[in-house]
Write a protein that binds this ligand. Structure first.
Ligand code: KIV
Length: 266
């Protein structure tokens, strides 16, 4: 795969070609996923749950993220590496600078931060210093204790209005990409139309510019046994991990995944 850059993602959005993203935490899976054509490898703080066995992402440290980002970099063959800033890692702008610096030096091409319009200044300052930022909106797992659980966000009209306004504010602040998690499909479609940066969805319907899944979920691996509604088990349909990754890429590209039943209504 030719090297995927931010310019590649922008041109995929402009052409209307869907963007593929999967979580990835080590060198071997990075090689398999990038060879299968996955365009973005997300070193997600979901590793706290699927690798470390915690019941949330809150215990994950920047040192953990740096370790896994460096591992992914060693196996990656051309995908763009997106690394999560973990819980409280951008509580102050000084922390954001130091932690983003460590992630970029470990091999990230872009960082992801959870939050909404309050992040605008942070995103602007990071972008000015050479750090492309993806803003993760909707269900933000790091704020599970404020949200009262892992629930769909933006169902009420006032919440939906706020989310649309926040998306535009973050684009204006310099965000390079948005990620919408567990947002009604109609709202995700409106936000995707309203901004010119790529919008990736998980549990946000088929109309976003691309899709992401947690790799363990789409391979049918679950510690808790609970499978979110937006997941499709691609391993059940294939006899190899590389086959499952390739089937996921194909299904995102031809918009057969996600199907209506993987999304949420307002
Ligand atoms: O950490 C992660 O894996 C994520 C995805 C759920 C989008 O943020």
């Amino acid at each position: 795969m030719p090297e995927v850059t931010l310019t590649t993602l922008q041109s995929l959005k402009a052409k209307g070609e869907k963007i593929t993203m999967l979580t990835c935490y080590d060198a071997t899976f990075a090689q398999v996923a990038s060879r299968a054509g996955v365009e973005i490898l997300l070193v997600g703080d979901s590793l706290g749950m699927v690798l470390q066995g915690h019941d949330s992402t809150l215990p994950v440290s920047t040192a953990d993220m740096v370790y896994h980002t460096a591992s992914v970099k060693r196996g990656n063959e051309g995908a763009l590496i997106l690394a999560d800033l973990p819980f409280m890692a951008c509580a102050t702008i000084e922390q954001a600078f130091a932690n983003c610096g460590a992630l970029m030096q470990a091999g990230a091409h872009m960082v992801k931060v959870e939050g909404a319009a309050w992040l605008a200044d942070t995103i602007r300052l990071l972008a000015e210093r050479g750090v492309p930022v993806c803003a993760h909106m909707g269900l933000t797992p790091q704020t599970v204790n404020i949200l009262g659980g892992y629930k769909v966000q933006g169902r009420q009209e006032n919440q939906a209005r706020q989310m649309r306004a926040d998306a535009i504010a973050l684009e204006q602040a310099g965000a390079a990409m948005l990620l919408l998690e567990c947002v009604p499909s109609g709202l995700a479609a409106e936000i995707t139309q309203a901004v010119s940066i790529p919008v990736i969805g998980i549990g946000a319907g088929v109309a976003t510019d691309g899709q992401v899944l947690v790799m363990h979920d789409m391979l049918g691996l679950s510690l808790s046994g609970r499978v979110p509604k937006f997941v499709r088990n691609f391993m059940a349909e294939q006899c190899s991990i590389s086959g499952a990754f390739a089937a996921y890429v194909q299904a995102v590209k031809d918009a057969s995944f996600p199907a209506v039943e993987h999304g949420f209504n307002a």
